[in-house]
Design a protein around this ligand. Sequence first.
Ligand SMILES: Nc1nc2c(ncn2[C@@H]2O[C@H](COP(=O)(O)OP(=O)(O)OP(=O)(O)O)[C@@H](O)[C@H]2O)c(=O)[nH]1
Ligand SMILES: [Mg+2]
Length: 442
Amino acid sequence: MFCDQTTVTFIAGNGGNGCISFWREKFVAKGGPDGGDGGNGGSILLIADENVDTLSDFRTQKRYKADDGETGRGKNQHGKAAEDMILKVPVGTMIYDLESKRLFEDLKKAGQTYVMVQGGRGGKGNARFASSTLQAPKFAEIGEPGERREITLELKLIADVGLIGLPSAGKSTLIAAISNAKPKIADYPFTTLIPNLGLVEVGKITGKKIKSSFLAADIPGLIEGAHQGKGLGDEFLKHVTRTKVLIHVIDVNEKDVAKSYETINAELKNYNKELTKKPQIIALNKSDTVDEETMEMITKELKKVAKKVKIFQISAVSGKGIKDLMLETYKVLQATKKKQAKEPEEKIESYKVHRPHLKMSGKRFEVVLVKLGSNQSGTKLFNIRGKSIERMVQMTNMNNEQALERVYLYIEKSGIAKELKEKGAQEGDQMQIVNKILSFRE
Ligand SMILES: Nc1nc2c(ncn2[C@@H]2O[C@H](COP(=O)(O)OP(=O)(O)OP(=O)(O)O)[C@@H](O)[C@H]2O)c(=O)[nH]1
Ligand SMILES: [Mg+2]
């Protein structure tokens, strides 16, 4: 399978509730508040691992939930934080939002980590709310709910070597000869509809003592105009951008080999100039169908337009010339890898947390009038958004008067109340915050 894709739901653990408790001792009438905090909920992290090569685990299990934090207890005992859930994914896994299709992250390198969903914060126990004016707080915070996200995971298997060329040049025949791939081979154009991936064991194929292997991909045939979507189009040129070395397969029976070579190169260039910088090796194929003299003559012709490119005369069917071609491919690949390793690495920002739903334009909150009152009393509905206020509401037990007072106090102090008034809010109008409705007080 060339492209592995699956949809998964990730649910982080909820924070544990804070505890409401008062210190009691025999014969002591009144003790102070001693309710401990809840523990944080577990997050779910994805880590790119070289030893994992498919997303098949995520196709069997489609829902992951991290543990919740423990509840706080009396005597100022804090609840234990839940452990994070760490899931391994193959290097090259792309993480998309299911709905918006937005790319969150591309795990390109081994060890790169992404916080998929963040665990909820543990609620504070009532001990934390004691103050000179409120000596006996009879409320505690509820644990914050863990994040939940629906995600598409996609893995584009990245081949080191790409086999390119016109339709019927013999790309599939070649990949079948050098690797474990078993593609369909036929004498009509566009036999290959999606790239075939194969593992090339260098030692096995060259007869040399080389314990190395690489992944090769047979790219569907390209034709003039491919970059504009002709034939199988540009869809597969995208895959070519990810390869390191290209084997350009040309049928020796082609009417004009030089022209066909240039046609393909023009397509690469038109699609993306970077593609022309990739090292190429020419495999002049089907040598078994012409005599040696013709083969030499055509090689010379080709050499005129491909001055700096090595040309190998091969027969994918008989196997002639394949050893040398593979040895050269291996050498060029090694050199390319070495060169790339020397280039400065992109800095990996690990533990990056995206909270797209809470991102706001500079301001700490947003007040939007969503519904004008239509009933007799004319109650209006306002939507209030903002990281702090949302979190506070989610962590508040609305049935507890003292706790509710704290929310109203925040609405007043943060300036939300002022903005509500400016937008026409009156006593009794409704404020929607996350999934709760509160009535506005002047
Ligand atoms: N005689 C001979 N025939 C070959 C050789 N290589 C490929 N062929 C034949 O050429 C035809 C096309 O081969 P494929 O490997 O399917 O060609 P392709 O480049 O993958 O073609 P598309 O998938 O359509 O782009 C088939 O009939 C093969 O048997 C070769 O070295 N010698
Ligand atoms: Mg093919």
